[in-house]
Design a protein around this ligand. Structure first.
Ligand code: ATP
Ligand code: MG
Length: 568
């Protein structure tokens, strides 16, 4: 057990209800004061933000109470599982900032022990082989208010059951032709006790055990036993398993003695607005090419969020904010976005990029002259330093920052009006140049040489401040703008329509020929997180190369305009 002072410290911080339970077990000296949790993903898909909530709980409890957390791959269904998923799961947990040391386990490691236990239960008359189809078995289940019906195979002798079970595993029977069931109680008020299936026949080779096994344990038979074999003390899972808990305990009773037993505690799943969290549906999106892959930046996967530019800390902060309860809820994705902005504001390197460029020629600025202005890398971080940005006679500003016939409160550039170019000069719009169709092709402006910072005119006030880049120095980039993947708040609740019909057709917008300042281009290879001033947070995409820069917009700035007014 952790020493007393550590325990008092722990007690002093507020605990969620699961931590309270764990704390009480520690106080009572259960399991010799040992705390061992586990995170048990099935390697049948990539992890999503819901899994991050479970990871923070499982690893967080271990950290908080001086225990350990196992990573256990719940690889009991070879049909759906793959090593690609195993690798991605490891990467994602590490990226979130957790580590399981040498405690990496696989449910398949326990297949021999599980098989032995099944044999023992058969010999004790507690399990039997049922030759019925899954439909027949389901039809006999009864309802919560009506007892089920006994299978005609329920009274087979242990000898016959043992023989059949061994032959099932030897591959003598077809998939679906027989199952092994626990012989418990067909009239139990808990439906999970009505002779649950323990084993089914699967002939697909397993990614770790190959063709050794032809029978595979079901979740309810494998999970608690695996916990037990591993020495897990707290098996923390989501609320849908509350109804499974008596069965968890029933099977654990077959193994445990008074010195040690694992217990299951449940908390609410994470559900997020405007997305889906079902691995089956996410797999469909990937398989059908509706997204670019598991790590598509629109996906709610950890790898998607990483690629998009979310930070591990923002995800962990979000999970802290929503907390853990005993009631299902739907959390607003804007809470997650808030946490992302909050963290990126602290860490992102500021730079200038123009998404929709409009050329400005500063007619009284000497041709061929270049000067460098100094830009703060991050006003939130006094150690972040500065970088230099070239200024010259031709620059780009955002097309939206100019209006020929502006409304009253338009504080940006208009004919005859003045704005400040961030960290440089005040300019005045003298002339609007158009092509034959009447489209604006460039602006001719003049600058006031006294208004650069450090010079006497620097304090002169104008209403608007614009971001800009030097036309001759800017580097071309592609920018990918993301919106919500789904058009409806809770796609999982839409039962009338297929979830694929609810996809937002405008969830990805690609913008070419974005102009970024040279400093941004020079930092991109390092995966730097940027704030493109007044636009949003951007991160280089995995597709980005030195020749072809690609940036993902992680998230837009919320209150762009006000902010610039204050900071300029
Ligand atoms: P399935 O079992 O249907 O493939 P799953 O989402 O339950 O999907 P697992 O790999 O079994 O996937 O999940 C591993 C762990 O993550 C489990 O303990 C599960 O309870 C937890 N988990 C999964 N989804 C969520 C979620 N949305 N919120 C919180 N925890 C989750
Ligand atoms: Mg599961």
């Amino acid at each position: 057990m952790a020493d007393n002072t550590a325990q008092e410290d722990t007690k002093a911080r507020s605990m969620n209800f699961v931590e309270e339970e764990v704390w009480n077990d520690l106080q009572a000296g259960r399991n010799g004061g040992r705390i061992n949790t586990r995170f048990p993903p099935e390697p049948n898909g990539y992890l999503h933000i819901g899994h991050a909530k479970a990871i923070c709980m499982d690893f967080g409890i271990a950290e908080r109470f001086g225990g350990t957390c196992n990573l256990r791959f719940d690889d009991t269904n070879p049909v759906k599982e793959d090593v690609e998923y195993v690798d991605s799961i490891r990467d994602d947990i590490h990226w979130l900032g957790f580590d399981w040391g040498d405690r990496e386990y696989y449910a398949s490691d326990y297949f021999p022990q599980l098989f032995d236990l099944a044999v023992r239960l058969i010999k004790e008359g507690k399990a039997y082989v049922d030759d019925q189809t899954s439909e027949q078995i389901a039809a006999q289940k009864g309802t919560p208010t009506q007892p089920g019906t006994d299978s005609p195979y329920r009274s087979r002798t242990p000898e016959e059951n043992l023989d059949l079970f061994q032959r099932m595993n030897a591959g003598e029977f077809e998939e679906g032709s027989r199952v092994l069931r626990a012989k418990i109680d067909m009239s139990s008020p808990n439906m999970h006790f009505r002779d649950p299936i323990m084993y089914r026949i699967i002939k697909t080779p397993h990614h770790r055990t190959g063709t050794t096994w032809k029978v595979y344990p079901m979740y309810d038979f494998a999970h608690g036993q695996s916990d037990y074999f591993e020495g897990v003390t707290h098996s923390i899972c989501t609320l849908e398993f509350v109804v499974h808990r008596p069965l968890y305990d029933y099977f654990v009773d077959e193994l445990a003695d008074s010195s040690y037993r694992p217990r299951q505690i449940e908390f609410n799943r994470l559900n997020l607005t405007y997305t889906v969290m079902s691995k089956r549906k996410l797999l469909q999106l990937v398989k059908e090419g509706l997204v670019a892959g598991w790590d598509d930046p629109r996906m709610p996967t950890i790898s998607g969020m990483r690629r998009r530019g979310y930070t591990p800390r923002s995800i962990r902060n979000f999970i802290d904010t929503i907390g853990y309860t005993k009631y299902e809820a739907l959390n607003s994705v804007s809470l997650l976005e808030h946490a992302v902005r909050d963290d990126l504001n602290r860490v992102a390197t500021r730079g200038m990029a123009v998404l929709n460029p409009l050329k400005v020629v500063i007619t009284n600025y000497p041709e061929g002259q270049v000067e460098e202005v100094e830009m703060e890398n991050n006003p939130e971080d006094s150690n972040a330093g500065t970088h230099k940005m070239p200024f010259s006679r031709e620059i780009y500003i955002e097309r939206d920052d100019f209006m020929e016939n502006p409304p009253k409160k338009f504080f940006r550039l208009a004919p005859g009006g003045e704005v400040r170019l961030k960290s440089a000069y005040i300019i005045r719009c003298e002339n609007v140049v158009k092509d034959q169709q009447g489209n604006i092709t460039e602006l001719h402006c003049t600058y006031d040489p006294e208004t650069r910072s450090g010079l006497p005119g620097a304090s002169r006030k104008v209403k608007g401040t614009l971001h800009w880049v030097s036309a001759g120095h800017a580097v071309d980039a592609q920018v990918r703008l993301y919106d919500r993947l789904f058009n409806v708040e809770n796609p999982a609740a839409e039962t009338e329509r297929d979830f694929r019909e609810l996809l937002n057709p405008d969830s990805l917008k690609v913008v070419e020929h974005v102009k970024v300042e040279p400093f941004i281009a020079s930092q991109a290879a390092q995966g730097t997180k940027f704030q493109f001033q007044r636009i949003g947070y951007f991160t280089p995409d995995a597709d980005s190369t030195e020749e072809n820069l690609v940036f993902n917009r992680t998230i837009a700035l919320k209150d762009t305009w006000e902010k610039v007014q204050k900071n300029s």
